[in-house]
Every structure is written in structure tokens, then in C-alpha cells.
Design a protein around this ligand. Structure first.
Ligand code: DX5
Ligand code: ZN
Length: 215
């Protein structure tokens, strides 16, 4: 089954509660955290996550685009994340393993994300312990960018590995997802679709979520 995760990076923050309500039929709410160092942009963080946690039961899929994410993984878990996703490029192998184990002890799901220039192999050492791999299909940092079709072989390779080893890890794609690109990502093996601008620019968001789920 395909899951859809609207990214509130594209929401109107003056009415964030209403914006979240308008996508409450989706599977996850995608929450992008940027530090201005790992990516050339700054977004939202812990206080916003705490507030969002109070107004929705949606599973919160927190995508940390920050350097040395192990410093903060527990705090994001405690602030209400259900799934904590951080970048393999941003942390040491030792801290990646510690973060995964500690998040699992807190009963949270854990994902590792890879930027466009990072190969699928980078997550393989951890994949048996992961709940999700997030394949970035744009350079992280901004919504509304164009999908990079060169990422498709990476998705297929991960899908082959996951199925070939009987693992349950999800494959999430993020960046430039619309009906057309969602279809090719699902065909390549993705099963969780993040979409920011493609959902929030529509008047009928529930309708678009249903269409994305059915690609
Ligand atoms: C970008 C973020 C994305 C972003 C996607 O670095 O990780 O989640 O919101 O936006 P769209 O769907 O507009 O490409
Ligand atoms: Zn994201």
C-alpha cells in the first residue's frame, strides 16, 4: 500500500493548524527541520513540533536536515516525532547506530536519508535495523524543485535489496513529487510519497492525497 506524507514546508504558517487539518486524511505528516548548515536554508524546529503534536494524531514523520543529528534525535522523539529520519552524510557510523538503537528503545520508528550524490550502499550497513530509507529526489533545502529522474535506479536497487533480504523497511521519496513522478517512483519501488507543493498548492488537498495514493 502506498502512503502519502504531505510536507508542511509548503503550508501557510499563519494558519498552521488549519493547514494540518486540511491534510489529516494522509498517512503521515512530514516535518522538515533545517539548520542552515547541512542545507542552505532554515526552517522549523522543536517548539513548532511540540505545538503540532498537541493538535494532531497524525503520525509525525520528522526529516532532520541538520549536521550531527545524534545531538538532537532524542529531543525530537520526546517532542512528539513518531518517525525520526536523519541523514547518513551528517553523522558518524557510531552515532548513527546509537541513534537508531536509542530511538527504537523510545518506541520510535527510524529512517536514514540519502542526498542525491550519496549512493544506496551508504545505508546498507544499517538497513536491517531501519524502518525507512528516505531517498531525496532533489537536493534538500527547498520545496518546489524539479524531480531528479537519475534517482530512480537508486530506488530500484534499495527495493531489490530490501525484498531480497526479506526486510520490512519502507522506501520514502522526497522532492518534486507529483502524480507523474510519484508513479515512476512507485514503479521503481518506493512506497511512501512526500509531497509539499503538489498538495498545498491545491484547493482540494484530500482529493490530491487520494490521487497520489492511487498512482
Ligand atoms: C526539501 C524537503 C521536502 C520538501 C518537498 O528539502 O525535504 O520535504 O518539502 O517539497 P516539494 O514536494 O514541493 O518538492
Ligand atoms: Zn523532507
Amino acid at each position: 500500500m502506498i502512503k502519502v506524507a504531505p510536507s508542511i514546508l509548503s503550508a501557510d504558517y499563519t494558519k498552521l493548524g488549519q493547514e494540518i487539518n486540511s491534510v489529516s486524511g494522509a498517512d503521515y505528516l512530514h516535518f522538515d527541520v533545517m539548520d542552515g548548515v547541512f542545507v542552505p536554508n532554515i526552517s522549523i524546529g522543536l517548539p513548532v513540533l511540540e505545538s503540532v503534536r498537541k493538535i494532531t494524531d497524525m503520525p509525525l514523520d520528522v526529516h532532520l536536515m541538520i549536521i550531527e543529528p545524534y545531538r538532537f534525535t532524542t529531543r525530537f522523539a520526546e517532542a512528539g516525532a513518531d518517525i525520526v529520519v536523519f541523514h547518513v552524510e551528517a553523522e558518524t557510523p557510531e552515532n548513527i547506530n546509537k541513534a537508531i538503537d536509542e530511538l527504537h528503545n523510545l518506541k520510535k520508528r527510524v529512517g536514514l536519508s540519502i542526498k542525491p550524490n550519496t549512493s544506496a550502499e551508504a545505508v546498507i550497513p544499517y538497513i536491517e535495523k531501519l524502518d525507512m530509507v528516505l531517498v531525496m529526489t532533489v537536493e534538500p533545502g527547498f520545496g518546489g524543485q524539479k524531480f531528479m529522474p537519475q534517482m530512480l535506479p537508486k530506488i530500484s536497487k534499495l527495493r531489490e535489496h530490501i525484498d531480497g533480504h526479506g526486510l520490512k523497511c519502507d522506501i520514502e521519496v522526497d522532492g518534486g513529487i507529483n502524480l507523474e513522478t510519484a508513479k515512476i517512483c512507485v514503479h521503481a519501488g518506493a512506497n511512501v510519497l512526500v509531497a509539499g507543493s503538489d498538495i498545498f498548492e491545491k484547493a482540494d488537498r484530500a482529493g490530491r492525497i487520494a490521487e497520489l495514493r492511487a498512482v
